[in-house]
Design a protein around this ligand. Sequence first.
Ligand SMILES: [Zn+2]
Length: 444
Amino acid sequence: MSDFLIRNARTVLTMDDDSRELTDVDIHVRDGVIAEIGRDLPAGPEVIEASGCVVTPGLVNTHHHLYQSLTRAVPGGQDALLFGWLQTLYPIWARFGPEEIYTSTLTGLAELALSGCTLTSDHLYLYPNGARLDDSIAAARDIGLRFHPTRGAMSIGESDGGLPPDSLVEKEAAILEDCIRVIDAFHDPSDGAMLRVGVAPCSPFSVSRELMRDAARLARDKGVMLHTHLAENDEDIAYSLEKFGCRPGQYAEDLGWTGDDVWHAHCVKLDTQEIDLFARTRTGVAHCPCSNCRLGSGIAPVRAMRDAGVRVGLGVDGSASNDTGNLVAEARQAMLLQRVSRGADAMSAREALWIATRGGAQVLGRDDCGQVAVGKRADLALWDVTGIDSAGSWDPAAMLLAGPMKVRHLLVEGRQIVRDGAILSIDLPKTVSAQNRLAHRLAN
Ligand SMILES: [Zn+2]
């Protein structure tokens, strides 16, 4: 098992309960766990020099559609609003199969790892041509990131008045059956789990009320988490009022979609009552600032949510609505967006980084991750602050104001995934070339 000494870290942003910032300390990692933090610890079998580095917990990504990394910057969708954007991309996604899911997921995970992410969820809600959740899980195992895949689904196709083509929707009974299959096959509830499965109908406008309700029952029966998109933009609110006769928060509450085992993506348009509902029920939010900007959805009321006590994490969202997958850049964007709407003191660089680490871990129900503390999992990001990005900074720990956008080293469960800016666990050039070959095939 792993045994590392991270030696002489310039600053450690622990994100622990006291938000301690430690200087010139060593971190001893053993068997996937942080064993000791202190000065002049004895060197283990392997040493990582960290003298020019800020060490943070690995960043946690709470919302993504990794498969979309194969459809970035598609011309017809570049400037479309959400629904038009979906209609441009659905026919392309309908041509995906297992190979596309595996390669796009691996590419997306590699991009996340290089930006400091150690734990990511994924929301895969279409399964054309024999594709399965298993294909994305295989990619996560190959690269070695901690993974929370969610079994997404769509059941209302065009012929039933829905948005997606009929070829991309599934029968609701089959959806629930496959949820049970993947939970039984892959979900690991134990401390330090590398893989946990969630249940995640795509959105209230792509599945029936019955499936939303049954999915919640199934998730509770199996002890797994629930995830979907909610209150993303004005069209979304209008649809909810027209079809369901209530706002999205009410719809979620009525169907069992609130609680500390639920997290919703976006929530750009939550009103005060809905924010109170989420705080009271400890329902989580995946804030996706770049995607919200990219699709013109608006600015999520993150300051108000945090002040009310809502648990908030960050998400890069799908690679086709971002179109990048850089999680530390997302943290910077989250900080900047709150300042646009509320002023320069609305969110500090340190708070945004807290949301990106500890906040995300809380949203995903991972008390064992998200902080640099003895006994927690050794998911660590080391950021080199001796380079051009930080040059001239008076406070290198305020990384999101002036700092690197890629990690120097990354450890997951005590295993080194990135060393000196290069991914160790997969052949990255080979992955990129496979990805480009598949994208070319889809485009022609
Ligand atoms: Zn999404």
